[in-house]
Write a protein that binds this ligand. Structure first.
Ligand code: AMP
Length: 233
């Protein structure tokens, strides 16, 4: 059965009381975690013949977004674009942004929307397909606004993989992928960023009736079975 999360209930069930206070700090608090606050100056139009279908996938560090995205993409024919992977590719290719991205990721902060939206736009444009699963985006309201101004395609589905913090930390510390940000200090910082900046995005899409909250505790197969009805229509 397809079950959309009801507006505010998802946000408030996911958020802790202390978190709600943190969110109230607003944009000035964002600057403490983000490299720059973007003010998009020009709105671009995607150079694709057909308007793509966009789905977003959100969740805290170690929640298993990447694993589930790979399965969803393979089963339902999406191109999986992980913004984290796009950023890591910039680091390994030593591009003009590489050094800044490495420093930002190492600190567990959010890379500026100017860079992430640009990378995302170019990845969408250069893909041969028109159906996308965008993993780890939008990570903040700033990301979301920049996406709307620069790409502007309304997502059909926003998946939110939900899991408690202790489990997320445990998974990150045991996944052995050799990632520079998979250590306890950076993971704690990433969790703070998730709570302060990504939960407001989750609330936004919940209020728009686009959010599907998935319990991310269980085996890979069990979690995928929870996701399946959303795309199987
Ligand atoms: P992930 O692979 O999704 O866990 O992302 C790893 C790191 O990449 C994050 O901690 C951020 O530093 C950076 N990152 C990933 N996605 C975004 C995004 N949408 N906006 C800004 N920074 C991002």
């Amino acid at each position: 059965m397809l079950r959309r999360a009801s507006s505010l209930s998802v946000f408030f069930s996911a958020a802790k009381p202390s978190l709600l206070n943190q969110v109230a700090y607003g944009l000035s608090f964002l600057e403490a975690f983000s490299t720059t606050v973007l003010k998009p100056t020009e709105a671009g139009i995607l150079s694709k013949a057909r308007t793509p279908t966009i789905n977003f996938v959100l969740g805290g560090p170690g929640v298993g977004k990447g694993t589930q995205c790979a399965r969803i993409a393979e089963t339902y024919g999406f191109t999986h674009l992980s913004v984290g992977d796009l950023l890591r590719k910039e680091i390994s290719s030593n591009t003009e942004y590489g050094e800044m991205i490495l420093e930002t990721i190492t600190k567990g902060k959010i890379v500026s929307s100017e860079v992430t939206v640009k990378l995302l736009k170019s990845a969408i444009e250069s893909a041969e397909t028109d159906r996308f699963l965008i993993d780890g985006f939008p990570r903040s309201e700033e990301n979301r606004v920049a996406y709307e101004e620069i790409i502007g395609i309304e997502p059909e589905v926003v998946l939110f993989f939900d899991c408690d913090e202790v489990e997320m930390i445990n998974r990150v510390l045991h996944r052995n992928q050799g990632r520079i940000d998979d250590n306890i200090d950076t993971t704690k910082q990433r969790l703070k960023v998730f709570e302060a900046y990504t939960l407001p995005v989750i609330k936004y899409y919940s209020e728009k009736g686009k959010l599907y909250k998935i319990n991310a505790i269980g085996t890979e197969d069990e979690i995928f079975e929870r996701v399946r009805p959303i795309f199987a229509t």
